[in-house]
Ligand binder design. Structure first.
Ligand code: NAD
Length: 475
């Protein structure tokens, strides 16, 4: 199978191709067009040409088309989730029940929202000020390989619904479902040029895209290192940068421990641990630390690792052999640093025949981790939990904030005052109290510090996809 670029509503053959591989089996799934400056220039030109009539369409008409795209995704959930699972190794229970249906919801939500964009008025005795919200123009949407379909729709839906046009670049490691999104967009009646897709590597396709002078806004999700490079290369543009994380999951001794345990296991091991909001530093109060560690390890040992197409599998393969080597490197590092490895490790888990060649790592738990260790400071992005003991509230806050990142955070306590104090004190874009990560599409999603700038979701998406203009009329 060959996957081509989508430029101005047409399938455009690559001048070169790369392979995308099933990380569970190493089978080549497709040859994918590898784009560069030429394809980026063509795609941006198509998006620029399509912009005036798309932006000029009534929001109600645009909403109809955007909703129709949501319907087409909803109708094709089994097919899209199977493709996503094969391309990424994310387990089918997640892609089929959560991630792909959520992608349809993204279109429904922003279809409803775009007809409600209103302005503000600031009357004075001498002037009437009012605010208009204009679409920005051509937007570059860049997605990572983890949960790629959901992430790309989280960008495409508000971008298009608010009247912008887009050039989407997926990760070279997981391009397949976005290619399907392009087909469905055309089937939904979204005009040629409104959504363009250029496949390729970051350096070849991503960099010319972010540098292009006709690109007005960049919505990027990926690593902090790439985010930094993009900000430096792109020059003056609107940015939404959703970057890496090493989120603290803080459990006080007065927490509901059964629920906290469930959530802690879920937040580090679901999605193969390849999750930006993973609760990867689990901070546990010393008075309950020993018993919590025992229970956590017992749970981790029971997690099923295996074929991502099997509904019962919790942990599938890592996205690539390079990423597997990186995660394994951190497991070695943790042992060298003196953390206690209580389960998992470098031994390959036993696997069904179909996936024996997959990029697997067993759920791994390190206890007695010091927050200064590399395994506690770096984003491992795999199923590796770090358990860190703390003394009291002040100590918990100090450790939670002793990181370059600030994406998500989790606080578990039955003491309402403590819950609010700690939620306020943690340096992060999001804090969940007595809860795993539960997403409401209205909430501001994003991080502080090295986890990024800007927020997306609900009216927060205005920040990147709409340009406010004040009009002052002399009375
Ligand atoms: P990555 O930074 O390597 O790549 C992300 C995307 O950027 C890919 O499409 C890649 O091709 C492209 N790219 C690479 N170099 C580029 C350049 N110079 N110019 C333009 N584009 C370039 O990240 P990844 O390994 O694909 O994804 C994992 C990372 O994403 C993790 O750090 C994770 O935390 C982060 N992430 C963050 C969020 C969030 O919402 N904050 C969500 C998911 C993933």
């Amino acid at each position: 199978m060959r996957i081509e670029h989508l430029i101005n509503g047409k399938s455009v053959a690559g001048r070169d191709y790369f392979e995308t591989v099933n990380p569970a089996t190493q089978e080549v799934l497709a040859e994918v067009a590898s784009g560069g400056e030429q394809e980026v220039n063509d795609a941006v030109a198509a998006a620029k040409a399509a912009f005036p009539s798309w932006a000029g369409m009534s929001a109600t008409e645009r909403a109809k088309l955007v909703r129709r795209l949501g319907d087409l995704i909803a109708k094709n959930v089994p097919e899209i989730s199977q493709t996503e699972t094969n391309d990424t190794g994310q387990v089918i229970a997640q892609t089929g029940k959560q991630l792909v249906p959520r992608a349809a919801d993204n279109f429904y939500y922003f279809a409803e929202m775009c007809v409600r964009v209103d302005g503000h008025t600031y009357p004075t005795p001498t002037h009437l000020n009012y605010t208009l919200f204009h679409p920005v123009g051509v937007c570059a949407l860049i997605s990572p390989w983890n949960v790629p379909f959901m992430t790309s729709t989280w960008k495409v839906a508000p971008c298009l619904a608010f009247g912008n046009t887009a050039v989407l670049k997926m990760s070279e490691l997981s391009p397949l479902t976005a290619a399907r999104l392009g087909e469905l967009a055309l089937e939904a009646g979204i005009p040629a040029g409104v959504l363009n897709i250029v496949h390729g590597y970051g350096k070849d396709a991503g960099e010319p895209l972010v540098k292009h002078p006709d690109v007005r806004a960049i919505s990027f999700t990926g690593s902090t290192a790439t985010g930094n490079r993009i900000v430096q290369a792109a020059g003056l543009k609107k940015f939404s940068m959703e970057l890496g994380g090493k989120s603290p999951f803080v459990i006080f001794d007065d927490a509901n421990l059964d629920r906290a345990l469930d959530a802690a296991v879920f937040m580090i091991f679901s999605n193969n641990g390849e999750r930006c909001t993973a609760g990867s530093r689990i901070l546990v109060q010393k008075s309950i630390y020993a018993s919590f560690v025992d229970k956590f390890v017992a749970r981790a040992k029971k997690i099923s690792v295996g074929d991502p197409l099997d509904e019962r599998t919790i942990i599938g393969p890592m996205i690539s052999q390079a990423h597997l080597a990186k995660v394994r490197g951190y497991i070695e590092q943790g042992q060298k640093e003196g953390a206690q490895m209580l389960c998992g490790g470098l031994e390959v888990p036993s696997l069904p025949n179909r996936v024996k060649k997959g990029n697997y790592v067993a759920p791994t738990v390190f206890a007695d981790v010091k927050n200064s260790m590399k395994i506690a400071q770096d984003e491992i992005f795999g199923p590796v939990a770090c358990l860190i003991p703390f003394e009291d509230e002040a100590d918990a806050i100090r450790i939670a904030n002793d990181t370059q990142y600030g994406l998500s955070s989790y606080v578990w306590t039955e003491n309402i005052g403590k819950a609010h104090r700690v939620a306020a004190a943690i340096e992060a874009g999001m804090c969940f109290v007595n809860s795993q990560n539960v997403r409401d599409l209205r909430q501001p999603f994003g991080g502080t510090k090295a986890s990024g700038t800007g927020r997306e979701g609900g009216t927060w998406s205005y920040e990147v996809f709409l340009e406010p203009k004040n009009v002052a009329v002399s009375l």
